[in-house]
Design a protein. Sequence first.
Length: 244
Amino acid sequence: MKLTREQAAAKIMVALDYPDAQSAERLIAELEGIPCYMKVGMQLFYASGPKFVESLKQKGYYVFLDLKMHDIPNTVKGGAGSVTKLGVDMFNVHAAGGKAMMEAALEGVEAALAGSGLSKPSVIAVTQLTSTSQSTLNDEIGIAGTVEDAVLHYAKLASAAGLTGVVASPVEVEAIKAACGTAFQTVTPGIRPAGAALNDQTRIMTPGEALRQGTDYMVIGRPITAAPSPRASLESIIKELIEA
Ligand code: C5P
């Protein structure tokens, strides 16, 4: 089934990897009117915080707050409550924090929603960072087996905890959907349109390929933010998704 323009745009999460609100706002002004998701990570959030997130929501954007919470359950519960009150549409926690920690995040969401009129954010788990190599996993972190084994183990744990989905490489989507069901969502960085610079990403797919794998959302940063025309780049990715 073909995606509409709105559906295609809503699958694209533009990574606002900027040091301050002013720099991010220049990009947002260029993309005005395109109904994409905006991803706010720790660099921008630690600098410009809740006010910036609120301004994105006022402009009507979906917001993924990528803060990768990882702490004791009670602290994550509190953090989840605070970001829910900001009105974000999605945020994430590390699956490595364990099932009780992920469940505490959901409890924090529910407690913050009670009587608030806010809509419920999706809670997504980080499995293994894409920067984690086989030797980092085995020799430094001390987890045996392949990176894919570890990703699937964490995806199943996140699913059992009741989370919405996981962040993963597009090459892992098929195995995650097979293990956790097609409704379990995947959010995939490592997306590069044909001909775009790889930068530091290694296991990549084009937007069309990632969509065909079944990815639900794709996080795209530099192919849009560092393009000569970010707007033209985003429009061409939307077109690729509609045609895929
Ligand atoms: O510029 P680029 O498209 O590589 O940006 C990818 C975005 O996705 C960045 O914000 C990066 O922090 C994020 N990300 C990633 N790999 C992960 C998790 C998040 O590249 N495993």
